[in-house]
Ligand binder design. Structure first.
Ligand SMILES: *Cc1c(COP(=O)(O)O)cnc(C)c1O
Length: 404
Protein backbone atom coordinates (compact mmCIF):
# COMPACT_ATOMS: atom_id res chain seq x y z
CA UNK A 1 0.00 0.00 0.00
CA UNK A 2 1.07 3.56 -0.68
CA UNK A 3 0.53 6.22 1.95
CA UNK A 4 -1.28 8.48 2.41
CA UNK A 5 -4.33 6.62 1.14
CA UNK A 6 -6.42 8.79 -1.16
CA UNK A 7 -10.12 8.64 -0.33
CA UNK A 8 -11.20 12.06 -1.52
CA UNK A 9 -12.42 11.21 -5.03
CA UNK A 10 -15.44 13.51 -4.62
CA UNK A 11 -12.98 16.42 -4.45
CA UNK A 12 -10.89 15.39 -7.44
CA UNK A 13 -9.34 12.32 -9.05
CA UNK A 14 -5.86 11.65 -10.37
CA UNK A 15 -5.56 11.88 -14.13
CA UNK A 16 -5.63 8.38 -15.58
CA UNK A 17 -2.30 7.60 -17.32
CA UNK A 18 -4.26 6.61 -20.46
CA UNK A 19 -5.72 10.12 -20.48
CA UNK A 20 -2.30 11.73 -20.10
CA UNK A 21 -1.05 9.62 -22.99
CA UNK A 22 -3.91 10.77 -25.22
CA UNK A 23 -3.17 14.40 -24.35
CA UNK A 24 0.58 14.38 -24.94
CA UNK A 25 0.71 14.97 -28.72
CA UNK A 26 -1.46 18.06 -28.32
CA UNK A 27 1.20 19.89 -26.33
CA UNK A 28 4.19 19.53 -28.62
CA UNK A 29 2.98 18.32 -32.02
CA UNK A 30 -0.61 19.29 -32.70
CA UNK A 31 -0.34 22.57 -30.86
CA UNK A 32 -2.35 24.80 -33.17
CA UNK A 33 -5.07 27.17 -32.08
CA UNK A 34 -8.37 25.46 -32.89
CA UNK A 35 -9.66 28.82 -34.11
CA UNK A 36 -6.86 29.27 -36.66
CA UNK A 37 -8.53 28.79 -40.03
CA UNK A 38 -5.56 29.39 -42.31
CA UNK A 39 -3.25 26.44 -41.78
CA UNK A 40 -2.93 22.80 -40.95
CA UNK A 41 -1.93 23.38 -37.30
CA UNK A 42 -5.28 25.01 -36.68
CA UNK A 43 -7.28 22.50 -38.73
CA UNK A 44 -5.78 19.53 -36.89
CA UNK A 45 -6.45 21.08 -33.49
CA UNK A 46 -9.99 21.88 -34.54
CA UNK A 47 -10.52 18.34 -35.77
CA UNK A 48 -9.37 16.94 -32.42
CA UNK A 49 -11.68 19.32 -30.56
CA UNK A 50 -14.68 18.43 -32.73
CA UNK A 51 -14.09 14.71 -32.23
CA UNK A 52 -13.88 15.24 -28.46
CA UNK A 53 -16.98 17.44 -28.52
CA UNK A 54 -18.98 14.72 -30.27
CA UNK A 55 -17.95 12.12 -27.71
CA UNK A 56 -18.79 14.43 -24.81
CA UNK A 57 -22.22 15.28 -26.22
CA UNK A 58 -23.18 11.80 -27.37
CA UNK A 59 -22.18 10.13 -24.10
CA UNK A 60 -24.83 12.14 -22.26
CA UNK A 61 -27.46 11.60 -24.94
CA UNK A 62 -26.99 14.85 -26.85
CA UNK A 63 -24.83 15.98 -29.75
CA UNK A 64 -21.44 17.62 -30.13
CA UNK A 65 -23.03 20.85 -31.33
CA UNK A 66 -24.75 21.15 -27.96
CA UNK A 67 -21.47 21.22 -26.02
CA UNK A 68 -19.95 24.51 -24.85
CA UNK A 69 -16.40 23.92 -23.60
CA UNK A 70 -15.43 25.75 -20.42
CA UNK A 71 -12.78 25.81 -17.70
CA UNK A 72 -14.75 23.50 -15.41
CA UNK A 73 -18.05 22.95 -13.70
CA UNK A 74 -17.89 26.21 -11.75
CA UNK A 75 -17.82 28.14 -15.00
CA UNK A 76 -20.45 25.88 -16.58
CA UNK A 77 -22.82 26.47 -13.66
CA UNK A 78 -22.24 30.23 -13.78
CA UNK A 79 -22.82 30.32 -17.52
CA UNK A 80 -25.99 28.23 -17.26
CA UNK A 81 -27.53 30.24 -14.42
CA UNK A 82 -26.35 33.79 -15.15
CA UNK A 83 -26.62 33.22 -18.91
CA UNK A 84 -30.19 31.92 -18.79
CA UNK A 85 -31.25 34.51 -16.21
CA UNK A 86 -30.07 37.33 -18.44
CA UNK A 87 -31.35 35.96 -21.73
CA UNK A 88 -34.83 35.18 -20.40
CA UNK A 89 -35.19 38.20 -18.10
CA UNK A 90 -38.18 39.54 -20.02
CA UNK A 91 -39.97 36.22 -19.56
CA UNK A 92 -39.42 36.20 -15.80
CA UNK A 93 -36.98 36.52 -12.96
CA UNK A 94 -37.72 33.53 -10.76
CA UNK A 95 -35.35 30.59 -10.26
CA UNK A 96 -35.81 27.41 -8.24
CA UNK A 97 -32.88 25.53 -6.68
CA UNK A 98 -32.02 23.76 -3.41
CA UNK A 99 -29.98 24.69 -0.34
CA UNK A 100 -27.58 21.75 -0.80
CA UNK A 101 -26.32 22.63 -4.27
CA UNK A 102 -22.61 23.22 -4.80
CA UNK A 103 -21.49 26.79 -4.05
CA UNK A 104 -20.97 27.23 -7.79
CA UNK A 105 -24.78 27.11 -8.10
CA UNK A 106 -25.81 28.78 -4.86
CA UNK A 107 -23.51 31.79 -5.22
CA UNK A 108 -24.60 32.79 -8.75
CA UNK A 109 -28.22 32.39 -7.58
CA UNK A 110 -27.53 34.68 -4.66
CA UNK A 111 -25.78 37.15 -6.97
CA UNK A 112 -29.00 37.19 -9.01
CA UNK A 113 -31.04 37.86 -5.87
CA UNK A 114 -28.90 40.97 -5.40
CA UNK A 115 -29.90 42.03 -8.91
CA UNK A 116 -33.60 41.72 -8.17
CA UNK A 117 -34.28 38.13 -9.16
CA UNK A 118 -36.32 35.89 -6.87
CA UNK A 119 -34.82 32.53 -5.87
CA UNK A 120 -36.77 29.71 -4.20
CA UNK A 121 -34.67 27.26 -2.22
CA UNK A 122 -36.65 24.02 -1.94
CA UNK A 123 -36.73 22.09 1.34
CA UNK A 124 -34.69 18.92 1.67
CA UNK A 125 -35.47 16.05 4.04
CA UNK A 126 -33.07 14.24 6.40
CA UNK A 127 -31.56 12.33 3.49
CA UNK A 128 -31.12 15.37 1.26
CA UNK A 129 -34.10 14.59 -0.97
CA UNK A 130 -36.36 17.28 -2.40
CA UNK A 131 -40.13 16.93 -2.72
CA UNK A 132 -41.38 16.77 -6.32
CA UNK A 133 -44.72 18.07 -5.10
CA UNK A 134 -43.10 21.15 -3.59
CA UNK A 135 -41.07 21.63 -6.76
CA UNK A 136 -44.19 21.64 -8.93
CA UNK A 137 -46.04 23.95 -6.55
CA UNK A 138 -43.12 26.39 -6.57
CA UNK A 139 -43.27 26.93 -10.33
CA UNK A 140 -44.85 30.29 -11.17
CA UNK A 141 -45.63 32.08 -14.43
CA UNK A 142 -42.36 34.02 -14.05
CA UNK A 143 -40.18 30.94 -13.33
CA UNK A 144 -37.47 30.59 -15.96
CA UNK A 145 -35.09 27.99 -14.54
CA UNK A 146 -34.89 25.04 -12.16
CA UNK A 147 -31.34 24.11 -11.12
CA UNK A 148 -30.99 20.84 -9.22
CA UNK A 149 -27.85 18.73 -9.07
CA UNK A 150 -27.59 15.11 -10.20
CA UNK A 151 -25.56 13.76 -7.28
CA UNK A 152 -24.52 15.67 -4.17
CA UNK A 153 -20.77 16.12 -3.74
CA UNK A 154 -20.87 15.90 0.06
CA UNK A 155 -23.53 13.36 0.92
CA UNK A 156 -23.93 11.50 -2.39
CA UNK A 157 -27.73 11.77 -2.57
CA UNK A 158 -29.10 11.50 -6.11
CA UNK A 159 -31.95 13.64 -7.38
CA UNK A 160 -34.75 12.01 -9.44
CA UNK A 161 -33.72 13.77 -12.66
CA UNK A 162 -36.27 12.07 -14.89
CA UNK A 163 -39.17 13.05 -12.61
CA UNK A 164 -37.83 16.61 -12.29
CA UNK A 165 -37.50 16.82 -16.08
CA UNK A 166 -41.11 15.74 -16.57
CA UNK A 167 -42.29 18.57 -14.32
CA UNK A 168 -40.09 21.30 -15.84
CA UNK A 169 -41.01 20.25 -19.38
CA UNK A 170 -44.72 20.18 -18.55
CA UNK A 171 -44.49 23.77 -17.30
CA UNK A 172 -42.14 25.04 -20.01
CA UNK A 173 -39.36 25.87 -17.54
CA UNK A 174 -35.69 25.24 -18.28
CA UNK A 175 -33.98 22.45 -16.32
CA UNK A 176 -30.29 22.81 -15.45
CA UNK A 177 -28.45 20.06 -13.59
CA UNK A 178 -24.98 20.21 -12.10
CA UNK A 179 -24.02 16.64 -12.98
CA UNK A 180 -20.36 17.01 -12.04
CA UNK A 181 -20.39 14.07 -9.63
CA UNK A 182 -22.63 11.89 -11.77
CA UNK A 183 -21.36 11.98 -15.35
CA UNK A 184 -19.36 8.84 -16.07
CA UNK A 185 -20.52 7.24 -12.82
CA UNK A 186 -24.24 6.66 -13.35
CA UNK A 187 -26.28 6.55 -16.57
CA UNK A 188 -27.51 9.97 -17.71
CA UNK A 189 -29.50 10.89 -20.79
CA UNK A 190 -30.49 14.48 -21.53
CA UNK A 191 -33.29 13.33 -23.86
CA UNK A 192 -34.87 10.78 -21.57
CA UNK A 193 -34.52 13.14 -18.59
CA UNK A 194 -35.59 16.34 -20.39
CA UNK A 195 -32.43 18.13 -19.27
CA UNK A 196 -31.85 21.48 -21.01
CA UNK A 197 -28.52 22.47 -19.46
CA UNK A 198 -25.98 20.10 -17.87
CA UNK A 199 -22.66 20.98 -16.24
CA UNK A 200 -19.73 18.60 -15.93
CA UNK A 201 -15.98 18.66 -15.48
CA UNK A 202 -13.01 16.49 -16.43
CA UNK A 203 -11.11 16.29 -13.15
CA UNK A 204 -13.79 14.40 -11.23
CA UNK A 205 -13.66 11.63 -13.85
CA UNK A 206 -9.90 11.04 -14.12
CA UNK A 207 -9.34 13.81 -16.64
CA UNK A 208 -7.23 16.96 -16.25
CA UNK A 209 -8.18 19.91 -14.05
CA UNK A 210 -9.35 23.16 -15.59
CA UNK A 211 -11.57 21.85 -18.37
CA UNK A 212 -15.30 21.28 -18.34
CA UNK A 213 -18.42 21.59 -20.43
CA UNK A 214 -21.96 22.85 -20.45
CA UNK A 215 -24.52 20.94 -22.49
CA UNK A 216 -26.93 23.47 -24.01
CA UNK A 217 -30.00 21.96 -25.68
CA UNK A 218 -30.39 23.03 -29.33
CA UNK A 219 -33.86 21.79 -30.12
CA UNK A 220 -37.16 21.09 -28.38
CA UNK A 221 -36.58 23.68 -26.99
CA UNK A 222 -33.67 25.67 -28.35
CA UNK A 223 -31.97 27.12 -25.27
CA UNK A 224 -30.32 30.53 -25.52
CA UNK A 225 -27.81 32.01 -23.10
CA UNK A 226 -26.23 35.43 -22.73
CA UNK A 227 -22.45 35.08 -22.52
CA UNK A 228 -20.69 35.87 -19.27
CA UNK A 229 -17.31 36.22 -20.95
CA UNK A 230 -16.72 38.36 -24.02
CA UNK A 231 -14.02 38.16 -26.65
CA UNK A 232 -13.35 36.30 -29.86
CA UNK A 233 -16.81 34.77 -30.08
CA UNK A 234 -15.70 31.17 -29.62
CA UNK A 235 -18.21 28.45 -28.73
CA UNK A 236 -20.99 30.07 -30.78
CA UNK A 237 -20.52 33.29 -28.87
CA UNK A 238 -21.37 31.70 -25.54
CA UNK A 239 -17.79 31.36 -24.27
CA UNK A 240 -14.95 33.32 -25.73
CA UNK A 241 -11.37 32.24 -25.18
CA UNK A 242 -8.79 30.00 -26.87
CA UNK A 243 -9.73 26.38 -26.40
CA UNK A 244 -7.62 24.18 -24.13
CA UNK A 245 -6.99 21.58 -26.82
CA UNK A 246 -4.94 19.03 -24.79
CA UNK A 247 -7.39 19.39 -21.91
CA UNK A 248 -10.39 18.84 -24.15
CA UNK A 249 -8.82 15.76 -25.76
CA UNK A 250 -8.09 14.42 -22.26
CA UNK A 251 -11.62 15.23 -21.09
CA UNK A 252 -13.12 13.14 -23.90
CA UNK A 253 -10.69 10.28 -23.33
CA UNK A 254 -11.53 10.34 -19.62
CA UNK A 255 -15.25 10.20 -20.29
CA UNK A 256 -14.81 7.43 -22.83
CA UNK A 257 -12.98 5.31 -20.22
CA UNK A 258 -15.61 6.04 -17.57
CA UNK A 259 -18.39 5.15 -19.99
CA UNK A 260 -16.77 1.85 -20.99
CA UNK A 261 -16.06 0.85 -17.40
CA UNK A 262 -19.13 2.38 -15.78
CA UNK A 263 -21.13 -0.71 -14.94
CA UNK A 264 -18.31 -2.74 -13.44
CA UNK A 265 -16.79 0.25 -11.66
CA UNK A 266 -20.09 1.34 -10.12
CA UNK A 267 -20.54 -2.16 -8.78
CA UNK A 268 -16.97 -2.45 -7.50
CA UNK A 269 -16.94 0.98 -5.86
CA UNK A 270 -20.35 0.46 -4.26
CA UNK A 271 -19.04 -2.78 -2.77
CA UNK A 272 -15.96 -1.01 -1.38
CA UNK A 273 -18.09 1.75 0.11
CA UNK A 274 -20.49 -0.76 1.67
CA UNK A 275 -17.60 -2.80 3.03
CA UNK A 276 -16.24 0.27 4.80
CA UNK A 277 -19.65 1.28 6.12
CA UNK A 278 -20.42 -2.20 7.41
CA UNK A 279 -17.07 -2.49 9.22
CA UNK A 280 -17.65 0.88 10.91
CA UNK A 281 -21.21 -0.04 11.84
CA UNK A 282 -20.20 -3.41 13.20
CA UNK A 283 -17.60 -2.02 15.57
CA UNK A 284 -18.77 1.47 16.51
CA UNK A 285 -21.99 2.67 18.10
CA UNK A 286 -23.43 6.19 17.74
CA UNK A 287 -22.51 6.61 14.08
CA UNK A 288 -24.83 8.10 11.50
CA UNK A 289 -24.91 7.75 7.74
CA UNK A 290 -25.44 11.09 6.00
CA UNK A 291 -27.30 11.11 2.71
CA UNK A 292 -29.75 8.61 1.28
CA UNK A 293 -28.97 4.97 2.16
CA UNK A 294 -29.48 3.65 -1.39
CA UNK A 295 -30.21 6.56 -3.76
CA UNK A 296 -26.62 7.76 -3.72
CA UNK A 297 -23.48 8.03 -5.82
CA UNK A 298 -21.63 4.70 -6.01
CA UNK A 299 -18.40 6.21 -4.70
CA UNK A 300 -19.56 8.29 -1.74
CA UNK A 301 -19.87 7.46 1.95
CA UNK A 302 -20.48 10.18 4.53
CA UNK A 303 -20.59 9.25 8.20
CA UNK A 304 -20.85 11.26 11.42
CA UNK A 305 -19.20 9.88 14.54
CA UNK A 306 -20.93 10.86 17.75
CA UNK A 307 -18.91 11.94 20.81
CA UNK A 308 -15.68 12.65 18.98
CA UNK A 309 -14.30 15.99 17.93
CA UNK A 310 -13.90 16.36 14.18
CA UNK A 311 -10.47 17.97 14.06
CA UNK A 312 -9.01 15.42 16.49
CA UNK A 313 -10.48 12.62 14.41
CA UNK A 314 -8.88 13.98 11.22
CA UNK A 315 -5.54 14.21 13.05
CA UNK A 316 -5.95 10.64 14.27
CA UNK A 317 -6.21 9.35 10.70
CA UNK A 318 -3.49 11.51 9.19
CA UNK A 319 -2.34 8.87 6.68
CA UNK A 320 -5.78 8.82 5.06
CA UNK A 321 -6.89 11.69 2.83
CA UNK A 322 -10.59 12.40 3.41
CA UNK A 323 -12.79 15.48 3.81
CA UNK A 324 -14.53 16.51 6.98
CA UNK A 325 -17.82 18.31 7.48
CA UNK A 326 -16.07 21.08 9.30
CA UNK A 327 -13.08 21.79 7.08
CA UNK A 328 -14.94 22.35 3.81
CA UNK A 329 -14.57 26.09 3.61
CA UNK A 330 -11.19 25.80 5.27
CA UNK A 331 -10.84 29.11 7.10
CA UNK A 332 -14.28 29.00 8.71
CA UNK A 333 -15.35 26.99 11.71
CA UNK A 334 -18.88 26.76 10.38
CA UNK A 335 -20.01 23.18 9.89
CA UNK A 336 -21.02 22.04 6.43
CA UNK A 337 -24.05 23.98 5.13
CA UNK A 338 -25.19 20.81 3.40
CA UNK A 339 -25.36 18.77 6.62
CA UNK A 340 -26.96 21.70 8.37
CA UNK A 341 -29.71 21.87 5.71
CA UNK A 342 -30.40 18.19 6.40
CA UNK A 343 -30.96 19.02 10.06
CA UNK A 344 -27.75 17.37 11.29
CA UNK A 345 -26.76 19.02 14.58
CA UNK A 346 -23.54 21.03 14.80
CA UNK A 347 -21.71 18.34 16.80
CA UNK A 348 -22.45 15.57 14.33
CA UNK A 349 -21.78 17.86 11.39
CA UNK A 350 -18.35 18.73 12.80
CA UNK A 351 -17.49 15.06 13.29
CA UNK A 352 -18.56 13.92 9.83
CA UNK A 353 -16.17 12.36 7.38
CA UNK A 354 -16.66 12.07 3.64
CA UNK A 355 -15.01 9.00 2.13
CA UNK A 356 -14.78 9.10 -1.66
CA UNK A 357 -13.62 5.88 -3.29
CA UNK A 358 -12.46 5.65 -6.87
CA UNK A 359 -10.89 3.77 -9.74
CA UNK A 360 -7.61 3.20 -7.92
CA UNK A 361 -9.04 2.32 -4.49
CA UNK A 362 -8.29 -1.24 -3.35
CA UNK A 363 -9.95 -3.53 -0.83
CA UNK A 364 -6.73 -3.49 1.15
CA UNK A 365 -6.93 0.29 1.46
CA UNK A 366 -10.55 0.07 2.60
CA UNK A 367 -9.68 -2.48 5.28
CA UNK A 368 -6.78 -0.36 6.50
CA UNK A 369 -9.07 2.68 6.62
CA UNK A 370 -11.75 0.81 8.55
CA UNK A 371 -9.20 -0.42 11.13
CA UNK A 372 -7.68 3.01 11.50
CA UNK A 373 -11.05 4.76 11.84
CA UNK A 374 -12.29 2.31 14.43
CA UNK A 375 -9.07 2.66 16.42
CA UNK A 376 -9.12 6.47 16.25
CA UNK A 377 -12.78 6.82 17.22
CA UNK A 378 -12.45 4.37 20.13
CA UNK A 379 -9.34 6.13 21.41
CA UNK A 380 -11.01 9.55 21.32
CA UNK A 381 -14.10 8.20 23.02
CA UNK A 382 -11.98 6.62 25.74
CA UNK A 383 -10.88 10.16 26.59
CA UNK A 384 -14.37 11.63 26.32
CA UNK A 385 -16.30 12.30 29.54
CA UNK A 386 -19.44 12.78 27.44
CA UNK A 387 -19.16 9.33 25.91
CA UNK A 388 -18.57 7.87 29.37
CA UNK A 389 -21.76 9.49 30.64
CA UNK A 390 -23.73 8.18 27.66
CA UNK A 391 -22.35 4.70 28.34
CA UNK A 392 -23.56 5.01 31.91
CA UNK A 393 -27.04 5.66 30.58
CA UNK A 394 -27.17 9.37 31.37
CA UNK A 395 -29.37 11.38 29.01
CA UNK A 396 -27.12 14.33 28.16
CA UNK A 397 -30.08 16.56 27.31
CA UNK A 398 -31.19 16.42 30.97
CA UNK A 399 -27.82 17.41 32.40
CA UNK A 400 -27.53 20.84 34.00
CA UNK A 401 -24.09 21.99 32.84
CA UNK A 402 -24.01 25.27 34.75
CA UNK A 403 -21.58 25.32 37.67
CA UNK A 404 -23.10 25.39 41.18
C1 LIG B 1 -16.31 19.75 -8.04
C2 LIG B 1 -17.68 20.26 -8.25
C3 LIG B 1 -17.91 21.48 -8.88
C4 LIG B 1 -16.80 22.40 -9.32
O1 LIG B 1 -16.15 21.88 -10.43
P1 LIG B 1 -14.81 22.57 -10.97
O2 LIG B 1 -14.56 21.91 -12.28
O3 LIG B 1 -13.77 22.23 -9.96
O4 LIG B 1 -15.05 24.01 -11.10
C5 LIG B 1 -19.22 21.87 -9.09
N1 LIG B 1 -20.24 21.11 -8.70
C6 LIG B 1 -20.07 19.93 -8.08
C7 LIG B 1 -21.25 19.12 -7.67
C8 LIG B 1 -18.79 19.46 -7.83
O5 LIG B 1 -18.62 18.31 -7.21
Amino acid sequence: MKFPIYLDYNATAPTDPRVVEAMMPYFTQTYGNAASRNHQFGWEAEQAVEKARDLLGETIGGGGREIVLTSGATESNNLAILGAADFYKEKGRHIITSPIEHKAVIDPCQALEQRGYDVTFLDVDDDGCISLEQLEKSIRPDTILVSLMAGNNEIGTLNPLEEIGKITRKHGVLFHTDATQAVGKIPLDVEQMNIDLLSFTAHKMYGPKGVGALYVRRKRPRVRLSPIMFGGGHERGMRSGTLNVPGIVGFAKALELCRDEMESEAERQTALRERLHQRLQAELDHIKLNGHPTQRLPNNLNVSFGYVEGESLIMGISDIAVSSGSACTSASLEPSYVLRALGVGDDLAHSSIRFGVGRFTTEEEIDYTADKMIFAVKRLRDMSPLYEMVQEGIDLSTVNWTPH
